[in-house]
Ligand binder design. Structure first.
Ligand code: C2E
Ligand code: CA
Ligand code: CA
Ligand code: CA
Length: 275
């Protein structure tokens, strides 16, 4: 038995090593991936409940790897953040988002794009100027750009991020708190942040379906957002029951597989053209 256990352990350890090797392989290829357009911007729409219209889409990165096919963000984003390489992804997504907004200015002027940025990005005091430069190059309206920043990221470096957030705000860029409810916000800090939107973490939506206490909690979070004059978005909506609950709770926008899965830009634009 001891021997068998040891074998099992070895096998697991070997698995970890190869997972690590793959991560390292991915990481060393990140820069050239960006250069050769392998970091694709996929889009997932959000639905505004009051109007039934699409006002905003979220940009989600997909790495089209020459050997491994599509690699999910969960496989390289956390690692890229830990090793300080996340800026490569952020830059690639901002370039594609702003170039798209530059094109949509005439065809879909009211549709905004939300790009995910990490804590590391928003501690970089050069970020606002860089974004302004990219927007100018693409002729993109900055007020149609939104940045999603996780709640935990905002809370853990409060002092360092505040000047950057303010500068972004002055440019007209909208800010959204991602994964809200999981990052232990200090409420006194929350109301001082120059953000305009709060995205409720998927876990609250999933739990609320069928459980009265959890539904009440979801309602309370939505009210909290509204009392702070924020737009409230719920993510991870998969079931029609969740959609109607969120409608009853006066959530502003919903996003999730029930509405649409993330899709390549060309597919999204095809759907836009058919609308
Ligand atoms: P997130 O920002 O919270 O994004 C939402 C994730 O939930 C996405 O996964 C999306 O595809 C997925 N999702 C959307 N609707 C549903 C649903 O109804 N059910 C379920 N189960 N999932 C749903 P994805 O694209 O794999 O991204 C995972 C995470 O990776 C993101 O979480 C975000 O933290 C990070 N990420 C993705 N793209 C980027 C990026 O360009 N930059 C940075 N810094 N992070 C990114
Ligand atoms: Ca997000
Ligand atoms: Ca989220
Ligand atoms: Ca998340």
């Amino acid at each position: 038995e001891a021997k068998r256990q040891q074998q099992v352990w070895r096998w697991h350890a070997a698995g970890d090593v190869s997972a690590r090797a793959r991560q390292l392989g991915l990481l060393s290829g990140l820069e050239s991936a960006a250069d050769s357009a392998q970091l694709e911007m996929w889009l997932q729409p959000k639905l505004e409940l009051a109007s039934g219209q699409m006002r905003s889409v979220e940009a989600l990165v997909r790495w089209r790897h020459p050997d491994w096919g599509y690699v999910a963000p969960s496989e390289f984003i956390p690692f890229a953040e830990q090793t300080g390489h996340i800026g490569i992804v952020t830059h690639a997504m901002l370039e594609q988002a702003l170039s798209t907004l530059g094109r949509w200015k005439l065809t879909h002027p009211l549709l905004s794009i939300a790009v995910n940025v990490s804590t590391l990005d928003i501690r970089d005091t050069a970020l606002p100027t860089r974004i302004a430069g990219m927007a100018a190059r693409h002729g993109a309206p900055l007020d149609m750009l939104k940045l999603e920043i996780t709640e935990s990221g905002l809370m853990s470096h409060a002092d360092a991020v505040m000047p950057v957030l303010r500068a972004l705000c002055e440019l007209g860029v909208k800010l959204s708190i991602d994964d809200f409810g999981t990052g232990y916000s200090s409420l006194s800090y929350l109301h001082r942040l120059p953000v305009s939107e709060l995205k409720i973490d998927r876990s609250f939506v999933t739990q609320a379906d069928g459980a009265p206490e959890a539904a009440a909690l979801l309602g309370t979070i939505i009210e909290l957002g509204h009392s702070l004059q924020l737009r409230v978005v719920a993510e991870g909506v998969e079931r029609p029951e969740e959609h109607s609950l969120l409608q009853r709770l006066r959530c502003d926008e919903i996003q999730g597989y029930l509405i649409a899965k993330p899709m390549p830009l060309v597919d999204f634009e095809r759907r836009l053209a058919a609308m």
